[in-house]
Write a protein that binds this ligand. Structure first.
Ligand code: MEV
Length: 440
């Protein structure tokens, strides 16, 4: 039976049995494999299971670190959860490169988050607008009981605006609420306040005689676009201090990087790949620290398109002998709440980072994005991306072809001066194996 009702009610073992029976050819080895990835500590496994629903096992990802990051004059080692070859190596190279040129600098520009109550009101909008200061006061007061902890931590609701959206849709308005959520990402807190405001707004409009129209709440939800929760990271040095990079003299390298960034500023096709590379670094750190990479990416991409055309998140100037390279990135991250105190490796990541607060983590993420972008541009504008990338990918190909340790060592040597591809690796391995057999 490929369809089932009540799957979520089954035990984990029953879920696996059903899955294997119906979708994995009743293969006992598949069953054993799924079970083999359970954590040996039952308590840890239960915690992991409860992060999601219908959990049957764990999905493994490499957990790596990139050392040698000098950020605002302090040394850091960045934890990264990512599966793509060369990303961590690139990150480490960038860390080292800039640590020898003054390091990375970062500052948080603002930390405001936004939530919206979308609603319809069919009455006279001038009355709604005129009475909004009074409504706002009531909402502030009425939502306070949900904000006690956040207020005590120095955060809370900053403002509530009424936004007239009727030019887009008849009777459509928004409450646009801004928040400071301190060290938490804040989505749950924001959503609770918004739902409370929606209920109260409806009640006010329905009970106050001056409002003659109908009110309908459409929805209340945090906005993942946080342009005012913004961090900047940058590196800079004299052009000559860049040294010879990938065989290029410093002035030529600096100018090629500036041009590569300019291309991403003006061309959405290149900007998408360019920003993808940035998120290789950002997401790896975001995942390692138990944050929501979907929210972070959605926000970054919207920001990249804020002027009407999708564009680069990084910028570069070469002026008066100075090379400057920077990123502005809106980011909503948390270092308390969510997975941060629950996931064992997230706790370790936080420890590795010196138990940062949210603004520090914002800075680390921006640095990770900038470092990754620098590494990509450095390779792209000099030796090309495939040299480093395929060398790393070689190991994946060799594993796929079930190469032994001895064969891997031979292959790494063999490909030092040759182009790696699936076919060249397969042919090399076949030749190596038949030569070995001939000797026997
Ligand atoms: C690959 O994951 C990322 C790059 O394509 C980024 C870039 O092109 O800038 C190398």
């Amino acid at each position: 039976m490929k369809k089932i009702s009540g799957y979520s009610k089954l035990t984990k073992q029953q879920k696996i049995d059903w899955l294997v029976e119906n979708y994995l050819d009743n293969d006992e080895a598949a069953k054993a494999e799924l079970i083999s990835y359970w954590h040996r500590n039952l308590e840890t496994q239960n915690t992991l299971d409860e992060f999601s629903e219908n959990t049957i096992t764990n999905y493994f990802f490499p957990f790596s670190v990139a050392p040698n990051f000098l950020i605002n004059d302090e040394w850091y080692c960045l934890p990264m959860a990512i599966e793509e070859s060369s990303v961590v190596a690139a990150m480490s190279n960038s860390g080292k490169f800039w640590s020898e040129r003054g390091g990375y600098h970062a500052e948080v520009i603002s930390t405001t988050k936004i939530g919206q109550v979308h609603f319809k009101y069919s009455g006279d909008k001038s009355i709604l607008k005129a009475s909004f200061p009074e409504i706002k006061k009531n909402l502030f007061e009425g939502g306070k009981y949900l904000s006690v902890n956040m207020d005590a931590r120095g955060g809370g609701v900053l403002d509530i605006e009424l936004v007239d959206m009727t030019e887009h849709e008849a009777d459509y308005f928004q409450l646009k609420v801004s928040f400071e959520t301190c060290d938490s990402m804040g989505a749950n807190y924001i959503n609770s306040i918004l739902e409370e405001y929606a209920t109260q707004l409806k009640e006010i409009i329905q009970t106050d005689q001056q409002f003659e129209g109908e009110v309908q709440i459409i929805m209340s939800i945090v906005s993942n676009y946080t342009p005012n929760c913004l961090v900047r990271a940058w590196v800079e040095c004299k052009v000559e201090e860049l040294g010879t990079v990938g065989g290029l003299p410093s002035e030529i390298f600096a100018e090629k990087v500036r041009m590569a960034v300019k291309i991403a500023e003006v061309d959405p096709h290149r900007a998408t790949t360019h920003n993808k590379g940035i998120f290789n670094g950002v997401d790896a750190l975001i995942i390692a620290t138990g944050n929501d990479f979907r929210a972070v990416e959605a926000c970054g991409h919207t920001y990249a398109a804020r002027n009407g055309t999708y564009s680069s998140l990084t910028h570069c100037t070469v002026k008066d002998g100075l090379f400057k390279f920077w990123i502005d990135l809106p980011l909503a991250v948390g270092t308390v709440g969510g997975l941060t105190q629950l996931h064992p490796l997230v706790k370790r990541s936080m420890q590795i980072l010196g138990n940062p607060n949210a603004t520090q983590l914002m800075m680390f993420c921006a640095v990770a994005g900038l470092a990754q972008n620098f590494a990509a541009l450095r390779a792209l504008t000099t030796v090309g991306i495939q040299q480093g990338h395929m060398k790393m990918h070689l190991l994946n190909i060799l594993n796929y072809l079930e190469a032994t340790e001895e064969e891997k060592n031979y292959a790494l040597e063999y490909f030092k001066d040759k182009i790696v591809s699936f076919t060249t690796t397969r042919v090399m391995l076949e030749q190596y194996r038949s030569a070995k057999n001939a000797v026997k």
